[in-house]
Design a protein around this ligand. Structure first.
Ligand code: PLP
Length: 387
């Protein structure tokens, strides 16, 4: 007989009743932003591949070449024998791209976040984190054993109050924020946060996952676009969004990187990122920093402009992430299912990814969506009364 402790059926039933049950869907890309979801052809509006690089011939070629040369796996952690020359080459490029001294690659952005937060601060320290920060940053904060306080989303005034209250009580204070927020598509007031950080002699960690490839002349993300990279102590990012690959990284000064190599469990005790992913990210980064990258960023802006029916070509920032807030989880599931019947794949985003009662559809536009696909989406959303 099954032990009751391992029987999760009532908990799953509870999730089902609260419209919070998740299940895996099968996805197979077909052409452009079309894909088969559980066998049904749909237009895909939920990818983080903002520039469409995951199927770019040069990126694929990079991955194939590296696989032929190095095999499918590094077969060891980087500190043992997994550290092939692709890593140091990409780490140099990433560091330059982010305006930092050094970079360190991890098997995922999630692991890079765990590593950086938990190795930067400890018991005697405090973390002040934007309330909308990604789950990986919360988890990193928990692992660090630092005292955690949250400031209201994108509210530097609230951050200032907390800094005034706690400065001096802790050995160091680490401020954490995302740059382009993954579920809301808004951007952190980085200049104001940097001012506060400097004034209170705190440290700053910026998760640039969704801004890179998109913001700044060479797609370097928010800190470089604002020429503030030297004021941000640690920048982390991922190859899994606009770079169309997989893996994450931390960019910072040499001593921070060396400390992570010696202390971060999600770096030390895991097999190195596969050669194909490192090489794909390197090819994507070449494209992102080239004329083609600039052209793809323009195309992405054109698509965002098309969605909003407003010319955003000259705006510093316009977000490919467009939340359509619906409210209840059950209604969001219902709207998503109707869209799916019409051949639009836009899955419901629910608690705990977003707060309870703030369920939404998260549209993410890419450079390779066609105008008629965007029109079709808008028409469907309007007919449903959610746009
Ligand atoms: C803001 C943010 N940080 C970190 C991550 C983790 O990146 P990865 O998918 O490479 O693990 C994500 C991905 O969902 C993210 O949205």
């Amino acid at each position: 007989m099954k032990k009751a402790y391992f029987d999760f059926s009532s908990r799953l039933q509870d999730l089902q009743e609260k419209s919070l049950l998740r299940r895996l869907r099968e996805f197979k890309p077909t052409e452009g932003m079309s894909a088969l979801f559980d066998g049904k052809e749909s237009i895909h509006f939920s990818s983080n591949d903002y520039l469409g690089l995951s199927r770019h011939p040069m990126v694929i070629e990079g991955a194939v070449k590296a696989t032929k040369e190095y095999g499918t796996s590094c077969s060891a952690s980087r500190l043992i024998s997994g550290n092939n020359p692709l890593f140091s080459a990409l780490e140099r490029t990433v560091a330059q791209w982010k305006g930092k001294q050094k970079a360190l690659i991890f098997p995922s952005g999630y692991m890079a976040a765990l590593a950086s937060v938990s190795s930067l601060v400890g018991k005697a320290d405090m973390i002040l984190m934007d309330s909308f920060s990604h789950a990986s940053l919360w988890e990193g904060a928990r692992l660090s054993h630092a005292t955690l306080r949250v400031f209201d989303h994108n509210e530097p005034k609230n951050l200032k109050k907390l800094l005034e209250r706690y400065a001096g009580d802790f050995k160091k204070i680490l401020i954490i924020t995302e740059s382009l927020f993954s579920m809301d598509g808004d951007i952190a007031p980085l200049e104001e946060i940097v001012e506060l950080k400097e004034h209170f002699e705190a440290y700053l960690l910026l998760d640039d996952a969704h801004a890179e490839g998109i913001l700044g002349e060479n797609g370097g993300g928010l800190a470089t676009a604002l020429d503030l990279a030297d004021k941000v102590d640690v920048i982390l990012g991922t190859f899994s969004k606009a770079l169309g690959s997989q893996g994450g990284y931390v960019a910072a000064e040499q001593s921070i990187i060396d400390w992570m190599i010696n202390s971060a469990k999600s770096f030390i005790f895991t097999t190195a990122l596969s050669p194909s992913c490192v090489a794909a990210a390197a090819s994507a980064l070449d494209i992102i920093q080239s004329k083609e990258g600039a052209m793809l960023r323009r195309k992405l802006k054109d698509n965002i402009s098309h969605f909003f029916e407003e010319n955003l070509a000259n705006s510093f920032f316009c977000s490919p992430i467009i939340p359509i807030k619906i409210g209840t989880e059950s209604k969001t599931i219902e709207v998503s299912a109707i869209l799916e019947q019409k051949g639009i794949y836009l899955p419901p985003i629910r608690y705990p990814t977003v707060p309870r009662g703030e369920a939404r559809l998260r549209i993410s536009l890419t450079a390779i969506h066609r105008a008629d696909q965007i029109d079709y989406l808008k028409e469907a959303l309007k007919k449903l009364g959610v746009l």
